[in-house]
Ligand binder design. Structure first.
Ligand code: DOR
Ligand code: ZN
Length: 335
């Protein structure tokens, strides 16, 4: 039977939530990933040193001993340098959300006034703290990411030494930006390597495939696949796995977010095999991220096998992408 081994898989964009949900989902990521960049959009957001330390402790308490490294982030505000110096050792990045653009982002940035942001961004640049960005405007939903490119340009050109990570990119425009600015990087989800808008709303509406940014056009999917499959050194896997209780997804006000953490590696094997690029998956799921973030995860070896795996209908009330469907790769062992 065909098998494929991945070393130290990393999920560079993950929502773990808090409380009962954290206890439900964190072990699923800890099982197959060595570590993850953990998003700070809790209610209230993670925005001071005590919050970061306490949240990290709750994550560690929710996973089996030493099996997983949570790489912590702060919710972006125009923080001053002294504060950043005091918290730098506790975090791996700061996550910027435009205000109100997605789940729990109300306290985000409402004006991209570069002079107002300069002290914070310059200090982050000087200290080597990466800036992760949810890059969407509040324009027409299919154009939001492309419209945000001018803000990436502004940030990248004003702070050429600041590592800026365009999170969960979904468009050809974002892919093209990677080669325009040395300091721009990107995460790509597994669902955006599979879906277009057609899959979400082209037939019956699929709440479990609804997320922000929404999946785009076939030509965007092709652009994302081209850099992911080539393991372009500036792109890394970030699932954006975003659990919501079933009733919040299957409702007339469907929450944005696709829950993929427990099926991500299986799906990635399927995609990379389909294009005969399995050899590049290691770089996409770990090596690139290690270089970009300068991290050195604990050893973990995950072996997958080419055999049918039926996705559970739910994980304690959280419905994953492809619930009940059969994938062609399964996790065989984790050492
Ligand atoms: O679909 C999404 N869900 N996109 C985000 O940016 C946030 C996330 C969440 O936290 O549920
Ligand atoms: Zn996210």
């Amino acid at each position: 039977m065909k098998s494929h081994t991945l070393l130290m898989p990393l999920d560079m964009h993950l929502h773990l939530r808090d409380g009962v949900m954290l206890e439900n989902v964190a072990p699923l990521s800890a099982y197959s990933f060595s570590g993850a960049i953990v998003m700070p959009n809790l209610v209230p957001p993670v925005e001071n040193k005590e919050d970061v330390i306490a949240y990290k402790e709750r994550i560690m308490a929710a996973v089996p001993n030493d099996s997983f490294e949570p790489y912590m982030t702060l919710f972006y505000k125009n923080y001053d340098k002294a504060f950043l110096e005091s918290v730098a050792d506790e975090i791996n990045a700061i996550k910027l959300y435009p205000a109100g653009i997605t789940t729990n982002s109300e306290g985000g940035v409402s004006s991209f006034d570069i002079e107002e942001m300069r002290p914070t961004l310059q200090a982050m640049s000087d200290m080597g703290i990466p800036l992760c960005v949810h890059g969407e405007t509040d324009g027409f939903v299919m154009d939001r990411e492309a419209e945000f490119m001018s803000i990436y340009e502004l940030l990248a050109s004003n702070f050429p030494k600041l590592k800026i990570i365009m999170e969960h990119i979904t468009t050809k425009e974002a892919v093209d930006m990677l080669d325009r600015f040395d300091n721009l990087y990107a995460t790509i989800t597994v669902h955006h390597l599979i879906l277009t808008l057609d899959d979400v709303v082209g037939g019956m509406m699929k709440p479990h495939l609804f997320c922000k940014p929404i999946a785009k056009r076939p030509e965007d999917l092709d652009a994302l696949l081209s850099v992911a499959l080539a393991a372009h050194p500036k792109v890394m896997f970030g699932s954006d796995s975003a659990p919501h209780p079933q009733h919040k997804k299957e409702s007339c006000g469907c929450a944005a977010g696709i829950f993929t953490a427990p099926i991500a590696l299986q799906l990635l094997c399927e995609i990379f095999e389909q294009f005969d690029k399995l050899d590049n998956l290691q770089a996409f799921v770990s090596d690139n991220a290690q270089s970009i973030y300068g991290i050195c995860p604990e050893f973990k070896e995950v072996t997958l096998e080419h055999r049918p795996f039926t996705v559970p209908s739910d994980y304690n009330g959280v419905v994953p992408m492809y619930a009940g469907e059969t994938l062609s790769w399964a996790i065989e062992s984790v050492d």
